[in-house]
Design a protein around this ligand. Structure first.
Ligand SMILES: [Zn+2]
Length: 135
């Protein structure tokens, strides 16, 4: 499990670093339009808005990843790592090798993807603890 912990910590660090590069997690809800930054040309504004939206999407994915990685580390500490959070069965080791941060087995993952997740709020809360993890 030590190798997995190292990998999770490493991926958590790099995901957090990328988030910081993109402007941090605090301003995730900042949806200010770009128009007030002095762009006169409408086409430029549209292009900048588009690239900002890609940035938001990427950042949201990163935030999600940071949350998943840090909760995987929590489960590693609590002894629940490698167990499906939905059905309680063991997650296939091959699946954990590919995606060490997953918390559900393939079957439950498919179910969740079909019906959607309801714990988006929890994901945001978990990110607040991610930066204090080092203590
Ligand atoms: Zn399951």
């Amino acid at each position: 499990m030590d190798a997995i912990r190292k990998r999770l910590e490493q991926e958590l660090r790099s995901a957090t670093a990328r988030l910081r590069q993109m402007g941090g997690t605090e301003s995730l809800d900042d949806t200010r339009p770009v128009a007030d930054t002095g762009f006169a040309d409408e086409v430029d504004v549209i292009q900048v808005n588009e690239s900002r939206e890609i940035g938001y999407a990427t950042r949201e994915l990163l935030v999600e990843r940071v949350n998943r990685l840090s909760s995987a580390l929590d489960r590693l500490d609590g002894g629940a790592y490698g167990t499906c959070a939905e059905c309680g069965e063991a997650i296939a080791p091959a699946r954990l090798r590919v995606m060490p941060e997953v918390e559900t087995c393939v079957r439950c993952q498919e179910k969740l993807e079909r019906f959607g997740r309801s714990d988006d709020d929890d994901l945001v809360e978990a990110s607040a603890g991610a930066s204090t993890e080092e203590d």
